[in-house]
Design a protein around this ligand. Structure first.
Ligand SMILES: Nc1nc2c(ncn2[C@@H]2O[C@@H]3COP(=O)(O)O[C@H]4[C@@H](O)[C@H](n5cnc6c(=O)[nH]c(N)nc65)O[C@@H]4COP(=O)(O)O[C@H]3[C@H]2O)c(=O)[nH]1
Length: 799
């Protein structure tokens, strides 16, 4: 130590030492700056930066050494061997290049230090080669211990210098590293110089291949100038790079702050490295310091404020572990009433980026879409899709003991309301029906609208027939109560079909189908009622479907024919008219009576075509009869719903040339039951054409008498059930008496149907009945038999 101090103070020119130190500091600063650039670069660019760095550092070490040697008094008389001087420069640059290459490409502090040690070794290699180049008239000896210390100093301080430089690219880091590298070079040099032991020997000859100190001064000055130039260029480049970096930073900041998502970047330890304001705002972390903090500390702080629940440590550890194992995780969390989707994406080299997206509106829209897909828009009741799911769910529960009933509901003649009062009223009615249904069923039952005027109910947990029956009865009653919609009083009935689980099936589709079949039955049985599913309904429905297909084919194949039954004047016995009765000449089944196909024809609408056929046939047949013989044709209620009725009557009359007064149309009370306003208008129009209107099957309805007031009928036809019971039931006699009396006083013709014997005819004559019709005179017969029926008073031959 003393030796080194002595060497410094007594053997060196301080001004030159200061100059060497300055050159060394400058070169170190440039070297560290270039080291940072090299670390930031990749591939070929990095190699170039390292090479430049090695040239600057190597030249700096070399220049420092030779400037310091100028300051070394004992060496003043000597010269420098050229090859060794050059070799020392090559050593300085080459070894530094190796050391820098190591430190630049690694992150582990140990390896960075190794690179620094190599650089320190380079300083020593340069120094001792440079000393070997010194040629003075003396022998140079070395104090081994001091030599070792000088090498260790260079290596250790060199390591420190690069470790500090590698830690971070900051001004403080750069300054620290510069000082350490300068110290490494300077301390090595002067310690090594302290190890020199000169033994003067004038016999030592200076070789011819040496450079005099004056020339070396020029060389070292050039090297120093080159270093300064390179240092300036590096500083400039550094500045430009920093400027570019700054601009990129601004762009990045702008992008980050204008993102609709929140973003936060964490390092491998879970420390917050970067975040945007949206992140802080979304998670309510605007008043908490975030930058550089461990996420777990932030969470704990929030927890203390009551803004975060859970085990912060465990949550944090899981996040760090997921990132370490390269797992991308995603979850939806709720913060301040908002739903936020968080995605944690691991980064290469450790750490993760978390993005936060507010998906509240998106989730709401999703929920709305899913609601719309499973609910009916008008009534907001579950639709067929959801109903099916609920039914399945109910059945699953039923399997564990509970039982259930499916009720299918259909509003009676809803189409009439829609057609006559308009769709807005129809819609309002459906809504109200839905509301009433919901209000009537039990809390655990479900109501759905399956479409149109079809509703369904699942009664859960109570499958006994009695419970389903009670509910169905209640529903019929509740739905049938009058509705007040937009100043319209509406009355509508409902038909209900019921199937039970597990009795009828435990399969949702089958239960629905069975309830539907039962509904079909309820409708066929007169509507406004409910029916339970029974085995065999399926077969009946199947038979109906076959019949429907058969009917359509029969229409095309012309298998229908009008038969005629005479109607006689009771007083004179004269045939005054014939009633047209439809028959189906089935190729396999023979002659089929209307009771077997008219209901299906009415349900399917085929009755309109059939009715037109009968009208045409009856009119053209009647046109061939005597002028005083009329023809009566039955009209179905369904035909009154068709807008073509008036036109088809007009056409039939026109085509046949039959006088309208000879045509009699028979309608039943059920025609007047439906949309009476429109029906009455049609009836009046027909009447205005000269056609006569009869009220058929009188006495079988609920308020036959009241219908007589609603329209001025030309004829009342007393139902054959009263005639057949004339002799046995007094009330039948009383009814016939009342009807004939009523007819007389109103000036309406009365016709008794189903007269089968003389006794009945005699009683009817006594009561003043105008006309009679029945097997007593003839069964319905084909048109070809009309002449026969006109000429013979009684024709018992059956048809
Ligand atoms: N037991 C008994 N029955 C008698 C007697 N006299 C007549 N009948 C039957 O009573 C029915 C009278 O016709 P309806 O009441 O209008 O009842 C008709 C009518 O409502 C309907 N119908 C028949 N043809 C047509 C048609 O062309 N169009 C429409 N819409 N309905 C028709 O089918 C019903 C049944 O017709 P049919 O089977 O031909 O039955 C006829 C006739 O054969 C009798 O003395 N004893």
């Amino acid at each position: 130590m003393y030796q080194v101090l002595y060497c410094l103070t007594d053997q060196h020119d301080w001004r030159l030492v200061a100059l060497g130190g300055a050159v060394c500091l400058l070169a170190s600063a440039a070297a560290i700056s270039l080291f940072h650039r090299a670390r930031a670069a990749r591939g070929g660019a990095r190699v170039s930066w390292v090479a430049l760095d090695a040239v600057v550092a190597g030249s700096g070490i070399w220049a420092t050494h030779f400037i310091a040697m100028q300051a070394y008094g004992p060496g003043a008389g000597g010269a420098y061997n050229i090859p060794l001087t050059v070799l020392s420069l090559i050593f300085a640059i080459a070894v530094t290049f190796i050391g820098l290459s190591i430190s630049v490409s690694v992150t582990r502090a140990g390896l960075v230090a190794l690179g620094g040690a190599v650089v320190g070794g380079g300083v020593a290699a340069m120094h001792y080669t440079g000393m070997m180049a010194l040629e003075i008239p003396a022998h140079i000896g070395w104090a081994t211990g001091t030599v070792t210390v000088s090498i260790v100093l260079g290596i250790v301080l060199g390591s420190f210098a690069l470790v500090v430089a590698g830690r971070r690219d900051s001004l403080a880091g750069a300054l620290g590293a510069t000082v350490l590298l300068t110290l490494a070079i300077v301390s090595h040099h002067f310690t090594a110089m302290g190890a020199v032991e000169l033994r003067p020997d004038p016999a030592v000859v200076i070789s011819g291949l040496s450079i005099p100190p004056a020339s070396l001064s020029i060389l070292t000055a050039s090297a120093a100038a080159a270093i300064i130039a390179i240092a300036l260029a590096a500083a400039l480049l550094d500045r430009r790079a920093k400027g570019e970096l700054g601009r990129q930073q601004v762009v990045l900041d702008t992008a980050l702050e204008n993102m609709s998502q929140g973003l936060c970047m964490f390092d491998a330890d879970g420390k917050i490295q970067l975040f945007n304001e949206r992140y802080a705002a979304m998670l309510g972390r605007t008043d908490i310091p975030l930058a550089g903090r461990l996420l777990v500390d932030v969470l704990r702080e929030e927890q203390a404020k009551g803004q975060w629940q859970g085990d912060a440590g465990e949550f944090f550890a899981r996040l760090v572990a997921d990132a370490r194992e390269g797992r991308t995780t995603s979850q939806v969390v709720t913060r301040f009433g908002r739903s936020i989707r968080v995605v944690n994406q691991p980064m290469q080299g450790g750490g993760w980026v978390a993005t936060f997206e507010d998906i509240t509106e998106w989730l709401e829209a999703q929920a709305k879409i899913s609601h719309m897909a499973r609910h009916d828009a008008l009534t907001n009741l579950p639709n067929r899709v959801l109903f099916h799911e609920q039914l399945e769910q109910g059945l699953r529960r039923a399997k564990s003991g509970d039982q259930l009933a499916v009720l299918c509901l259909d509003l009676d003649h809803f189409k009439d309301i829609n057609d006559s009062l308009g769709h807005p009223i129809g819609d309002a009615l459906l809504k109200e029906v839905g509301r009433r249904l919901k209000a009537t069923v039990g809390a655990s039952d479900t109501v759905a609208r399956l479409g149109g005027d079809e509703f369904a109910v699942v009664q859960i947990g109570r499958s006994e027939e009695a419970a389903a029956r009670a509910l169905a009865g209640r529903l019929v009653e509740v739905i049938s109560a009058p509705y007040e919609i937009d100043d319209h009083q509406i009355v509508i009935g409902v038909s209900i079909g019921i199937s039970l689980s597990p009795q009828d099936s435990d399969n949702p589709d089958e239960l629905l189908k069975n309830a539907d079949l039962a509904l079909y039955r309820a409708k066929a049985d007169g509507r406004g009622t409910y029916r339970f599913f029974e085995t065999g309904m399926d077969a009946r429905a199947q038979a109906r479907r076959l019949l429907e297909m058969d009917l359509r084919a029969a229409l095309l194949r012309d298998e229908f024919e009008a038969y005629y039954q005479p109607i006689r004047d009771v007083a004179s016995g004269r045939v005054v008219a014939f009633e047209a009765l439809l028959r189906w000449n089935h190729p396999q089944r023979g002659l089929i009576a209307p009771i077997n196909f008219i209901p299906v024809a009415e349900e399917t609408g085929l009755i309109v075509q059939l009715g037109e056929f009968v009208l045409r046939s009856a009119c053209s047949d009647a046109a061939t009869w005597p002028d005083d013989v009329d023809v009566a044709v039955n009209l179905s209620p369904v035909q009154f719903k068709s807008p073509n009725l008036i036109a088809s009557v007009t056409d039939a009359l026109a085509a046949s040339g039959l006088a309208a007064r000879r045509l009699e149309l028979e309608i039943t009370e059920s025609v007047l039951l439906q949309n009476s306003e429109a029906t009455l208008t049609t009836l009046h129009e027909l009447r205005a054409m000269g056609v006569r209107i009869s009220l058929d099957d009188f006495g079988t309805g609920y308020s036959s008498l009241s219908y007589l007031r609603s329209f001025p009928f030309d004829k009342i036809k007393i139902d054959r059930s009263f005639v057949s019971e004339l002799a046995t039931r007094e009330d039948s006699m009383a009814i016939i008496r009342a009807v004939t009396g009523l007819g007389r006083s109103l000036g309406i013709v009365t016709t008794a149907e189903g007269v089968e014997n003389d006794a009945q005819l005699e009683l009817l004559r006594r009561e003043g009945c105008t006309q009679a019709q029945g097997y007593l005179f003839s069964k319905p017969r084909p048109a070809s038999d009309v002449a026969l029926m006109l000429n013979r008073p009684r024709l018992r031959v059956s048809a």
